[in-house]
Design a protein around this ligand. Structure first.
Ligand code: FE
Length: 383
């Protein structure tokens, strides 16, 4: 079975081709045709009428959607999130945990394992992202203080035996935090720093042990200070460091988004949602990790202290925001929604539309609204 998408405005890293055609065979992109090339016959031909055709988004930081949180540790939660992420153009995501007891995290990871086994025709789940519990209790944000603990590789190994752990976000200044980066890497897990009060020097120690990622850059980390550049300074100064960014214009104001995009190598920026259960839902009462949350005008804040409690962002809107704010070419910006994530996590054959890559493709209209989504060459969502 092969499928030809024609009249595509193909946008992939370092590439924008008008009137392109994409030939998909057995779930994989076989060939790209430029305007004027003779097109082959195919079992199925779809004219996308000049719409933006981009690599499926990879959201490496997402707690929930549509009223559910991954840490509900319920089959219905995992399946609903897994299907509804398609609506924002996501074709792979890392369900992301919160600072919670190990026993509950284990149950959540089991729902991810079951989801993959069941093949529910949602988005791909190559692994999970553990955000916490190894964070600095002074930098909780919306994480629950009751379950904070020191870095513990044995705990990570126990969880990874249930379902692959791809990324662990923790505070490098916690006891053993620098060495923890190397321990995670030896397990094939990407270490990332956040919810941290680390001085630049403490970051550098973990960096020497291989840490090259910062989670939700600027949020819950040491700001740039002229006598200690902190973690924000680390993200800007260290060329090899990947940064996650929540570009909802709340977690990062437009001026900060513009500043970071002008200073940082675009190949190191990863747009994320950090979405919680209120994403895709109307304003009102919600919750995160057992803490009460109020959502107003799409901003989710803890009822107790007003701290931002994750976002209600969708990746297609994050891409539109950075496009409108930075004015950078889409063939550059498109690296930040999938390619960079695939590089940071070592995900093979994902992140661009090119021969040999998985046919994970999103068709977007001019306002970046998702029209249709293909996962492994199969139509899984149509607006
Ligand atoms: Fe966080």
């Amino acid at each position: 079975m092969n499928w030809l998408l024609k009249q595509c405005r193909l946008i992939s890293p370092d590439q924008e081709i008008e009137n392109a055609a994409v030939l998909i065979e057995n779930g994989v992109v076989r060939r790209i045709f430029a305007e004027g090339d003779a097109l082959p016959s195919a079992d199925r031909v779809t004219d996308v009428e000049g719409a933006m055709t981009v690599p499926g988004f990879i959201d490496v930081h997402c707690h929930g959607k549509s009223g559910f949180d991954f840490c509900d540790a319920a089959e219905e939660a995992m399946e609903t999130i897994g299907k509804d992420k398609l609506k924002e153009g996501v074709t792979s995501f890392l369900p992301t945990t919160l600072t919670l007891p190990e026993e509950l995290l284990a149950r959540a990871l089991q729902t991810a394992a079951d989801y993959v086994k069941k093949d529910v025709k949602g988005v791909k789940v190559p692994g999970v992202h553990l955000e916490g519990p190894f964070i600095n209790p002074k930098c909780l944000g919306a994480q629950n203080p009751d379950y904070v603990r020191e870095p513990d590789i044995e705990m990570v190994r126990r969880l990874a035996a249930i379902f692959p752990v791809k990324k662990v976000s923790y505070a490098v200044e916690m006891p053993g935090g620098a060495e923890f980066a190397a321990e995670l890497l030896s397990e094939g897990i990407t270490p990332s720093c956040v919810h941290s009060a680390a001085k630049f020097e403490e970051f550098e120690a973990a960096h020497r042990h291989g840490l090259q990622n910062l989670t939700h850059f600027c949020n819950q980390m040491t700001p740039l200070h002229h006598r200690d550049i902190g973690l924000v300074g680390a993200g800007l100064a260290c060329k090899d460091v990947f940064i996650e960014m929540i570009c909802d214009k709340l977690h990062l104001c437009p001026d900060m988004i513009r500043l970071v995009f002008s200073l940082k190598d675009l190949e190191k920026i990863q747009l994320i949602t950090d979405a919680m259960r209120a994403a895709g839902m109307p304003d009102g009462e919600s919750s995160l990790g057992g803490l009460a949350v109020i959502v107003k005008d799409g901003a989710a804040r803890l009822a107790s202290n007003g701290a931002l409690a994750g976002s209600t962002l969708q990746v297609c809107d994050a891409l539109r925001n950075v496009y409108e704010i930075t004015g950078l070419p889409l063939k550059e910006l498109i690296k930040t929604t999938s390619w960079n994530q695939a590089q940071a996590l070592g995900l093979k054959n994902l992140g661009k539309i090119a021969p040999g890559y998985a046919a994970d493709i999103v068709i977007l209209d001019d306002r970046f609204k998702v029209r249709s989504v293909l996962v492994d060459g199969e139509l899984r969502y149509q607006a």
